[in-house]
Design a protein around this ligand. Sequence first.
Ligand code: NDP
Ligand code: A1CAB
Length: 315
Amino acid sequence: MGYTLCVLGCGTMGIAITSGVLASLDSQSPLHRLGSGHPKWESHTPGTSTPTDVTDGDPTLPSRFIACVTREESAKRLRGTFRSLTGGEAIEVTVGQNIAAVQQSDVVLLCCKPQVAHLILNETGVKEALAGKLLISILAGVTLAQLSNWVLPSTTVIRAMPNTPCRIREGMTVVSNLPPSDAEGLNKEIILKIFSSIGRCRFLEEKHFDACTALSGSGPAFACIFLEAMADGGVMMGLPRAEALELAAQTLQGAARMALQSDVHPAQIKDSVTTPGGCTIAGLLALEDGRVRSTIARAIQVATERASELGQPAK
Ligand SMILES: NC(=O)C1=CN([C@@H]2O[C@H](COP(=O)(O)OP(=O)(O)OC[C@H]3O[C@@H](n4cnc5c(N)ncnc54)[C@H](OP(=O)(O)O)[C@@H]3O)[C@@H](O)[C@H]2O)C=CC1
Ligand SMILES: O=C(O)[C@@H]1CCC=N1
């Protein structure tokens, strides 16, 4: 039997992570419990009412999911989202039931906005419900020191910084180094299972978290500005909008995959496209005239500085 995962604050990121994890479980075994109405389940085991658990005794995999929100309308939307993703009731969605949800869970993923974390963790009974459990916070700006102050010493607290592509299992997640007592234990296995099933995952010291928040956490937004601008250029030159977006998106994906898959520096990839006297160098010079590199790098700098202010008391 696997463990119970509670998503405390299940909005954009809670949905992205949970959807990715559910998809990865489903791809491991179509017999995974994805709700009673799941079409794959029905087609593989006709007439069976108790689905087999894909975790099959694996304590590093979640076998039950509970999502917490505050508004009935959010709950309704969430149920609809997960129903359309899995074809069943794969997730229990609760409204205003944080303590009960945490009590019933083994691992808690804190996915609320940074400014409400203190309120949630200080609600009477939450600390006790978290005792001895693993708390993974994806909050921008809120430090391990702050979080540790808001829970009992027996709670293991770690930070993770994922991004929205986790939803399609193409995420980038940075995880804070575990305390030495946990460095090779079950908690590390659980964290790796969650985040490497929904993209890339690497451990880094907490001092780098604000920069990671800006670079990979906010990064999809920055990348989409570039993507949109490339498509706009294509439209300006007469391409239909849909095709321009497809060309821009697939080109960015291809270039990014080349950079990830080989040892070559991005400059080498750029140089290999750039024919002397050709059209690429003409475009590159126009980009450099617009100070594109320092503009993008400064965006990461400013976003990092802002990330460090999130979840901190107002000055
Ligand atoms: N968006 C992104 O791309 C990224 C965000 N992050 C971090 O992830 C966190 C979540 O961001 P995001 O998903 O965008 O935010 P959302 O606003 O989409 O989600 C927040 C969720 O928290 C719920 N919530 C609010 N108050 C409570 C409460 N008291 N008890 C239980 N649930 C509550 C909300 O439910 P309801 O609406 O019903 O109140 C909502 O579902 C932030 O801390 C952010 O810094 C990290 C990486 C990337
Ligand atoms: O903009 C934000 O504050 C969050 C953190 C990283 C991405 N979005």
